[in-house]
Design a binder for this molecule. Sequence first.
Ligand code: UDP
Length: 405
Amino acid sequence: MRIAMISEHASPLAVLGEEDAGGQNTHVAELAAALAAEGHEVRVYTRRDSPTLPETVGAAEGYEVVHVPAGPARRVPKDELLPFMGEFGSWLAGRWRDGDWTPDVAHAHFWMSGLATLHAGRRTGVPMVLTYHALGTVKRRHQGANDTSPAGRIGYERALGRAADRVIVQCQDEIGELVRMGVPRSRMTLVPSGVNQEMFRPDGPAAPRDPARPRILTVGRLVERKGFQEVVRALPAVPDAECVLVGGPPADRLPAEPFAQRLRALAKACGVADRVRLVGAVPREEMGRWYRSADVLVAAPWYEPFGLTPLEGMACGVPVIGTNVGGIADTVVNGLTGDLVPPRDPRALGTAIRRLLADKLRRFAYATAALDRIRSSYSWKRAAEQLGTVYAAVSAVGRPTPAVA
Ligand code: UDP
């Protein structure tokens, strides 16, 4: 099949760890590669955010990335991209209608891509599959006045859920949210993300570490909702352990980063400054080295639409302590592949970390069960096969004659 993937702000070619570059970029890159490996023709459409980018780049994994001119050719925060989605959709429609490549199906990632894709699909008859990745209702609930999403987000998300030919959900929690928003359950198919088991595996080199000091690793963009503050607050309850935080801007820009400064100040106030180490952004290929260097991976977000880092840690044979939210509540089986604790609760987190670090046997049992779970349920091949079935179903239904632009 010819499959278009639309990921307006998250290019599969981006460097990860910075504010708007994380799980969605990885997800789109891995999924595109897995679909290409299944024999599909895949093009990923993302916004051109630099004047030097060529229109089309062939990725080594067998898919193409197309840089769509919509809005200024420079980085624009994702919450400011809405005004350019009409332009994005019109450009897609033009290409799909008049160019030499018309997809059988378009899979939109994130609500804004959904708007552009719907616009193009209505003009060309290309059916739309939508993955939200994150929901405005959840963000609003947790971030309140700090939520910088465009005002109409929740309404657009509801409308998109009804207009899409199929909605791909990533976890049980997301199903509940969408049902409460009025998206029919019958339109949803649950296909969790996979994890790259070549890149993330238990054997392989590990980043250097002090063997005398247990290592707690935590990974993610330096944003408040990732819960790094709670990890720092939990540290006084875990004597001797060091906490390594991977993510954020590259190491040279880290000292000036406001959130990194806040974390350092907090670590000082908690009396653990000498045990907290901020590493900055690490290239994706090197992430496995960091996971393998750890005794435990802590993923403590306040909420998490899916959460790739716990899966990556599990695939590297590292026991995970996660907060009982979003996708983590599905991927980590409490007491079997890891521990789940309530979000925003440094006391519970500290107790769980101290207990696990003191129990080598439990760590081994969790790591072994986690690896089993990854191998049986979280390959990208499985995700690509399931999605291939969805794409075939929606493109077989066909569309009425498309409306003229
Ligand atoms: N990541 C990375 N380098 C970093 C920090 C993160 O490659 O310095 C990757 C990480 O391995 C994972 C993704 O970024 O694949 C983060 O995804 P997750 O779902 O955990 O969080 P999100 O960023 O989507 O909120």
